[in-house]
Design a protein around this ligand. Sequence first.
Ligand code: UD1
Ligand code: CA
Length: 482
Amino acid sequence: MKLATVVLAAGLGTRMKSALPKVLHPVGGKPMVQQVIETLQFLKPASSVVVVGPENEGIRHALKDLPVSFAVQKEPRGTGDACKAAVRVLKKFEGTLLVVSGDTPLLTAETLHEFLRLHRRRKEDISVLSFIAGDPHAYGRIIRKGSTVAAIIEDRDADAEQKKIKEVNSGVYALEAPLAKLLGEIRLNEGKGEYYLTDLVHIAAGKGFRVGAHPLGNETELTGINTRDDLYRAGLYLRDRVLARLSGKGITFMDKNSVFIHPGVEIGEDTIIYPNVHIEGRTVIGSGCVLYPNSRIIDSVLGNGVVIKDSTLIESSVVRDRAGVGPFAHLRPGSVIGPSAKIGNFVEIKQSVIGEGTKASHLSYLGDAEIGNGVNIGAGTITCNYDGRKKHKTIIEDGVFIGSDTQLVAPVRVGRGAYVGAGSTITREVPSLSLALSRTAQHHIENWALRRQERDSAQKPLRNGNRKGSGRTAARGRKKEE
Ligand code: UD1
Ligand code: CA
């Protein structure tokens, strides 16, 4: 049986009090509508339609890599009207329509599979995925009549008896294509000024179609995100789900309450994660790593036995086996840190390859650099990679020693095994195995301090009488000497 999925995402989401459309608010690092569509892809639908409002660039952008088509609902006139817009795009589709709200990001493919299985086995024309809510006030109540479902009544339209019903509508429906014709029979709900998709249940039941509701899944999974508090709770639930999966795979967490890991992250066993660590996007971390507190790792790959010391930021980079990064280090996109390399305190690396066993332990900026194996980068080394217009490359070959406080003015190369003396400004290629020195030679002025002392004491009375004048005289005197 063919399946088409419809995601309703054109609502204003006014309860979020946000300039951002509700369905673009992220849960677990992804806009919730993207999360919903990705889940629906597991059902392998023949087509997927997303209903959006007229201002939909943000949603189209978020879904640009997914196989969906868009239906535009010109005005947010309710879920019934939104569904109609989708049906217009699906044209002559024959099969089952699975309609889902864009604001239920925790929904799982397993629950949807089970729901569709029941829908087909019971040969229902329209099925509703329901659940038992602890606090049902935000949902439409399922009104059962014997073995069938008579209607769904929204909270604002429900009487006191109906309000007591705990079985509620999750906003997920399976309907056979011919039922779509009945969407035209939905009347405007005067109170809300909207066409309610939920009214389709009452209309279909009245015409003798088979209607069912299936209380599957749990309340947390089926929660609709309407407010910032709903969003917060959904984020925590998703976080706990991810951490439980990773704990089960042999990862130690020192404090699960302060760690945030996106669902797509993979981590190898015996890795230890300290408090306040954030791991985002498509990051893959090997086994036996230690991630000390306050680090954030985004879209990166870490090998085995890597140690990330406190307060380090790693973006779109690779850190190979046994390397160490931090504390207070920043790997900007495109950095590759070789095996057993060491990137230490206050080091920033951008779009650079660092070789095996190479060390940059303190206070450096290495940008657009290619650094070989076994190189020592002294404290305070800076690649001057930008000339105000363009970026240039610095190449440092294997076994080089760069003394502290060196500036490498790119484009520049330091040949194999060469040494650069501390405090040098390197502007030309340094030949292999040579020593480059570009600082001014040190010279001494004999007894200079002694003479200064004598001069100071000679000027003392004058200074008491006229501070300003004496200071100037002293300065002039110094200049002459040097
Ligand atoms: C809806 C259901 C309610 C159910 C709940 C489950 C109706 C009338 N009510 O209520 O029975 O318990 O979901 O979470 O359907 N949307 C549009 N166009 C519109 C209005 C809404 O595309 O004109 C989209 C929204 O973007 C959202 C979804 O439809 O993704 C649901 O809309 P929302 O306003 O959140 O409905 P609820 O009041 O939660
Ligand atoms: Ca909702």
